[in-house]
Design a protein around this ligand. Structure first.
Ligand code: CTP
Length: 214
């Protein structure tokens, strides 16, 4: 199994992203980066070369991974595009903020009495979706996650198609703050498996699935 991934290049996005409103405030989320770290460790254990493009996350990444630190979604996309050549598989484990302030303020936003502050938000780029569109002859393989609160499998399959992914991992919000997870792994070709356990075990299943598509 190890030889499958030996010297193959794997790119992983991880952690939350931050979109600044002003120099001291930002929009973000509570992603810990645990799934990204588990995927990086699994890829390294299988002999792959690993690049992780990560937002500010609390979970340490394996020492042998090449790590690129970013803040916003655009910065994450730019770093991934730079790392993309020669990549066999890209896994989008980052919890990318979907919106950013249309016009971030260069200075700290001040209160103006009781006047409400109205923020205009615009969509951020879809990192894994953009990388998927760069595929040539089906490579790199791309995998993503789908956090859904209802109709898990149908919504995840739809997301896999929309983002041109080869594999999607569908889970509920309970995975967010935990090292345990319950997920459905769905492959483009129709394969599916339920997983319940540690994120380390889920990472193993994801690489097994991706390996079958190689
Ligand atoms: N993703 C990404 N760039 C974004 C948003 C999401 O790369 N701007 C990736 C995530 O890393 C994940 C997958 O897309 O692998 C799905 O993320 P999710 O938040 O579930 O989907 P969204 O595209 O944000 O759709 P929605 O929130 O409308 O369900």
């Amino acid at each position: 199994m190890k030889s499958f991934w030996r010297n193959k290049k794997v790119l992983i996005t991880s952690g939350p992203t931050r979109e600044h409103l002003d120099p001291v405030r930002f929009l973000s989320n509570a992603s810990s980066g645990r799934m990204g770290a588990a995927l990086a460790a699994e890829a390294l254990a299988r002999g792959a070369r690993v690049t992780v493009v990560t937002g500010p996350a609390i979970t340490p990444l394996p020492k042998r991974a090449q790590v690129v630190h970013v803040n916003g979604a655009q910065e994450m996309l730019d770093a991934c595009l730079k790392a993309l050549p020669g990549t066999t598989a890209v896994i989008g484990a980052a919890a990318v903020a979907d919106f950013r302030p249309a016009v971030p303020s260069a200075r700290k936003i001040k209160k103006q009495g009781a006047k409400p502050l109205v923020l205009k938000l615009v969509p951020t780029p879809d990192v894994i979706g953009t990388l998927s569109k760069r595929k040539k002859k089906g490579r790199p393989l791309t995998a993503g996650f789908a956090l859904e609160t209802d109709d898990l499998i149908n919504n995840a399959r739809e997301k896999m198609e929309k983002k041109h992914l080869d594999l999607i991992v569908a889970n509920g919000p309970d995975a967010l703050f935990s090292d345990k997870t319950r997920a459905m792994v769905l492959a483009k070709g129709g394969g599916a498996a339920f997983y319940s356990g540690s994120k380390k075990g889920l990472a193993r299943m994801i690489f097994d699935f991706l390996g079958r598509s190689l």
